[in-house]
Ligand binder design. Sequence first.
Ligand code: HDD
Length: 731
Amino acid sequence: MEEKDNKQPKPTQVNEDSKNKQLEQYREDGQGEYMTTDQGVRINHTDDSLKAGQRGPTLMEDFHFREKMTHFDHESIPERVVHARGSGVHGYFQPYDDSLKKYTKARFLTEPGTRTPVFVRFSTVVGSRGSADTVRDVRGFATKFYTAEGNYDLVGNNMPVFFIQDGNKFPDLVHAIKPMPDNEMPQASAAHDTFWDFASLMPESTHMLMWVLSDRAIPRSFRMMEGFGVHTFRFINDEGKATFVKFHWRSTLGANSLVWDEAQKLAGKDPDWLRRDLWDAIEMGDYPEFELSVQLVPEEDEFKYDFDLLDATKIIPEELVPRRPVGKMVLNRNPDNFFSETEQVAFHPGNLVPGIDVTNDPLLQGRLFSYIDTQLNRFNSTNFTEVPINRPVAPVHNHHGAGFMRMTIGKGKANYWPNSIGNGCPMMTPEAMGGYVHYMEKVEGHKIRARSESFNDHYSQATLFWNSLTEPEKEHLVSAAHFELGKVERKEIRRRQVANFYKVDPQFAALVAAGIGVEMPVDQDSEPTGNFVKDDASEKIKKGKSVKESPAISMEKNKIETAKSRRVAILIEDGFDYNEVMQVKEALEAAGAHPKIISKLLGKRVSSTGQEIEVDKHHVSADSIMFDAVYIPDGEKSVRKMMGLGDALHFVAEAFKHCKPIATSGFGINLLEKAFVVGVNFAEKDSGKVMSHSGVVTAGSDADAGDFADKFIEAIKKHRHWDRERHMTPA
Ligand code: HDD
């Protein structure tokens, strides 16, 4: 054996730019270059194929035609079987301090000076690649951390629980929720018989159904939702001690939703709504920021609560175990190429780094098999890990050699371990130097297809969810159930689901039943489908702690009031009040909002005092559903024109219906009246007053424009004014 170099390799360092630098070597840009074949031969003409005579057949020898066509014919790869539609974005993660060192040795979570590059892919679950963004669905929130110790993937969702408890049920769940097998309808929607048949027969799905029927399932933006690792994972510290951990992402913009009517309309008018919102925000410098926090449970406390930590249909209420903020992720760069990055990125919950390990959660265990398996279907080769977006920034050395499309050129003769002719390299890394060692959990038991009784409470946390919502949130949930179950043709399925809801809360079930033609009380029942067995764990959790309400669950109760990145429509025609528009626009921009001028036609509009302003969007290309707030400036001529424009009236009436902030002054108040904005006390048109009522801000022509703008911004910060739904009758 040759003398080994006794210098040990240095630990890898990464910074915010490490991944970007690595990707740079793969980027190609034809600017100022000649077009070539794949062999680098310059092409002299690409519009015609090589023919035998001007009108003759194409010749087989036309290598350029063959190559171009073959590439095109092979452009598509299988879309993801779930989460097919997604949007990717680059950024970095940085921990606040080293306080997690006590619990984990993962360096990217404990070295405050290190910015670890990340790639995040947000997605819908059910729809195919070309489906609409705003459908009612769970949103995927998958993060690849390119850490110095290898890639770590946190493959989560925007809801903290899941439909099922065991990975073995996943194919059934997905078959049921995907379009029907005979006619492939409906696209990207759970609102059909097969899904609710399955769900109603699977009481374990009840808690997740509450989340899916809530406003969480129609986020206003990928930038305005929470993320959850869902499962309980394990942190491992330097001493090898384990602590249970749940991961949470919270946006600094808070969590906001759309209104269902708006979500449906957007699916037609702009199916790319969430994708465009994310892309545009990053191009404009409105970088999304998410705070990572963890809930930590010492191993000794495994059975301290009235639910099993290994059950993915349960949350750990934050009132029992508070979240502990650990760092911030900033998303600041759009990909260069959708296919190469967003489509080819391959996540896997089993991509772990030292300091983080899995638990025996049977759903997580199922996932550990599925992700690699599905990537093999998508890429047809194990070498997908060498695709630029999937490559770690940490160096890779091993004896994996061949396979379709192997990129790395392994040098030397020793492609096995142990070896002497390759100097015993690549070497093993002792645990103390960063070698991954699986947590030494003691496990024993009989082989058994069963679940612990500790997984058999399917309703308490669904009730907890219901109890924790505000009244408007409850109302939205009930209407969502009316829509979803209303689409179910078989009455027995609707009845069975209401029977499950009855166990969540009888009043909730009654409200649902009333809208879907099902009588109450409901006598039908569904049997749990799992094979539950009594054991020590189930006995212990019976005495565990619980809570009846968890304010942390409600989006409304945790709203972050900000006007940042809100889109505001300013409706004008010729004759608008220039000074007022400029003042309000400036105030909105100062608050971080993005005002846009909307008019019947594109071009320039002239104010009442002769100044011109360029229109950003016209009525045929912009609707109220694409904005967070609407402002109608004073100016009699401008307002009179809009009062005769169906599009302008519809714009205002629809924004009102969707509970969005609306502001107008002076003569503009007439437009609100004409658009059936009702139940609001408007300011006198000629007074000096500014009034704000349920997000409708009105001012007399003599009012102070600064005060008017401030009150409008206050209303924008609240995002939606749900009280309008109950106290006013919109148009
Ligand atoms: Fe999954 C994709 C999240 C349960 C099997 N899953 C996928 C993606 C996300 C999640 C965000 C998209 C990743 C991307 O953007 O490429 N999945 C979850 C969460 C779950 C969950 C939070 C529950 C806690 N998944 C789950 C189970 C199984 C799978 C139980 C199978 C046993 N998931 C897959 C998959 C996918 C996938 C079939 C499809 C595409 C892919 O993996 O890369 O393997």
